[in-house]
Design a protein around this ligand. Structure first.
Ligand SMILES: Nc1ncnc2c1ncn2[C@@H]1O[C@H](COP(=O)(O)OP(=O)(O)OP(=O)(O)O)[C@@H](O)[C@H]1O
Ligand SMILES: [Mg+2]
Length: 532
């Protein structure tokens, strides 16, 4: 609980063990075997930060954090703990906290979406389990989309963008570097798998504006943003990638905070080992960098995991506020891990740290927080305070009421689908198809016209030839007619002349002479006529 301007988390006898709000951005760790009390510790811390006006984000992996919107339920056990810690004198009361439920599947909370471009190619590649070559292609595809002003908002956008790059792989490879069609096809297959895993729900608009987490509730209490991860945790890669994206988003969105009196926000990361398992080196470096730099933005990150050895040393070294619940130390491997965990604490001469870790009871922990000067305090064996709000889950009706009453519900409930890569590429492809169709039709038309022209030419030729033949035939006919007319005419004329000459000669001889002469004259006349 928030007491004397400090985040009071546990007590060792009469000694109150608290986080100084100023040092809360120096990150933290809550570790311990299953069932030892990590979630309760997280709850106590989250409530105290909220009391201090600091908004909180936490991942609810089992649904047992949801009860924070309700006051705790009194019991004999609680009364005993209230008395043991002397909480009544310090103003302890059961209390409900301002909560905002989120869910990337939109079932158990306000839909928490992001866009494909906000997620970025590196995290998407992790989400889709792409190999380095495919990751590099993904980066190029993002670059092409950027260069061509195509927004990548939802899964449709990503798929159509990849399809388009696939269709035009040769042209794009010439500009951006080689992209094998086979690799692009493999990415498309991963996109389909991502879609089936819910990608069509959590990629899109309106995407989360992370500033909406920075609300305060009644009495200036910090909002407790609870991401329901009961389904999400079944896909560990997706869970850890989303958590990392949120951390990065906080890092990128927030301005430098300097040395503030209290953090701007505290981010609890449950099942944190999932973030580091099988993470490629580049991603690990990114996580380390975000963890290192985000505290200057006023954000404290608290990792919750079973064993501190789940967390890489470079990150572990940056976690100043530590709560270590019990760990088993039966096998040599376990003993080694417990030894490492014990050695990370500043020793307390009153007990053996290593022995204590393996003998802690439920709700008990080894605790060391940074003091006002940023030095780790001597480790204390302490008991964690009970939470003020209800432990465990809530019923569906209460949850739905909480969700729908939240003023952010209206903002995020419905999906918006503005024009982005999918719509623009669909239009572009339709225009290209239409142009192609038009070109095909034009070519067919030209071909048909050429055929028609040739046919007409042939017909003209045929007609010309027919006309010529006709003219020839007619000419021949005329010639024959003239010839016969002339023949008759010249015969008559010749006969007339011959007869005239024959009569003048007289007698039978004169007649025959006249006839022969007439015929000869007629022939001569005909020849003369036809010579001209
Ligand atoms: N501070 C506490 N005071 C009293 N009881 C506690 C405390 N912490 C834990 N318990 C009891 O132990 C149970 C298990 O605690 P919790 O759920 O916090 O464990 P966990 O370490 O988060 O387990 P897991 O690893 O399975 O998530 C609680 O339901 C509660 O009954
Ligand atoms: Mg737990």
């Amino acid at each position: 609980m928030y007491y004397n301007n400090e985040i009071w988390v546990a007590s060792a006898g009469d000694k109150k063990i608290s986080i100084v709000p100023k040092m809360a951005n120096r990150h933290g760790l809550i570790a311990g075997a299953t069932g030892t009390g990590k979630t309760v510790t997280l709850k106590v811390m989250a409530e105290s930060f909220s009391d201090c006006g600091v908004p909180v984000f936490l991942a609810d992996v089992k649904g047992d954090l949801a009860g924070m919107c309700r006051p705790g339920i009194d019991s004999a056990d609680m009364q005993e703990r209230i008395a043991r810690f002397g909480l009544a004198e310090c103003g302890f009361d059961y209390e409900a906290y301002p909560t905002c439920y989120w869910d990337i599947y939109g079932q158990n909370g306000i839909p928490l979406r992001t866009t494909i471009s906000e997620m970025g190619p590196t995290l998407l590649a992790r989400l889709m389990d792409l190999n380095p070559t495919q990751t590099a292609i993904m980066q190029i595809v993002f670059k092409i989309a950027d260069d061509e002003g195509l927004l990548l908002l939802d899964i449709k956008d990503l798929r159509s963008m990849l399809q388009y790059v696939y269709e035009n792989a040769k042209e794009y490879s010439a500009i951006y570097g080689n992209m094998a069609k086979q690799s692009i096809a493999a990415i498309v297959r991963s996109v389909v798998a991502l879609e089936e895993a819910g990608g069509d729900q959590f990629f899109g608009e309106p995407g989360l504006n992370i500033r909406d987490w920075f609300q305060t509730g009644d009495g200036g209490k910090g909002m407790i943003n609870i991401l329901d991860c009961q389904s999400l945790i079944n896909n560990p890669t997706m869970y850890s990638t989303f958590m990392l994206w949120m951390m990065s988003e906080l890092f990128e969105t927030l301005p430098e905070a300097g040395d503030a009196e209290k953090p701007r926000m505290v981010f609890f990361f449950d099942e944190a080992h999932l973030l580091f398992e099988d993470a490629p080196k580049a991603l690990l470096q990114k996580i380390e960098q975000v963890v290192k730099l985000i505290r200057s933005k006023g954000v404290g990150i608290y990792f919750i995991t079973q064993n501190p050895s789940d967390i890489p040393n470079d990150v572990l070294a940056q976690l100043g506020n530590k709560v270590q619940h019990a760990l088993h130390a039966y096998t040599p491997a376990e003993k080694k891990k417990v030894k490492a965990a014990a050695e990370s604490f500043r020793e307390n001469p009153e007990f053996d740290t290593m022995e204590a870790i393996s003998s802690l009871g439920i709700g008990e922990a080894l605790v060391s927080f940074l003091d006002r000067d940023g030095r780790p305090s001597v480790v204390e064996r302490a008991k964690i305070l009970p939470p003020k709000s209800q432990m465990g889950p809530i019923d569906e009706m209460t949850r739905n009421r909480q969700i729908q009453q939240n003023n952010l519900y209206i903002k995020y409930e419905a999906v918006e689908d503005r024009d982005s890569a999918y719509e623009l590429l669909t239009k572009r492809i339709a225009a290209e198809d239409a142009a192609e169709q038009q070109a095909k039709e034009d070519a067919l038309q030209a071909k048909a016209e050429e055929k028609q022209r040739k046919l007409e030419e042939k017909e003209l030729e045929r007609q010309r030839a027919a006309a010529e033949r006709e003219a020839e035939r007619k000419a021949k006919k005329t010639k024959t007619a003239v010839k016969s007319v002339a023949k008759t005419a010249t015969g008559t004329i010749g006969r007339e002349i011959g007869n005239t000459i024959g009569s003048s000669v007289g007698g039978k001889f004169g007649k025959k002479l006249g006839g022969n002469l007439g015929a000869a004259l007629g022939r001569g006349l005909l020849d003369t006529l036809f010579r001209f």
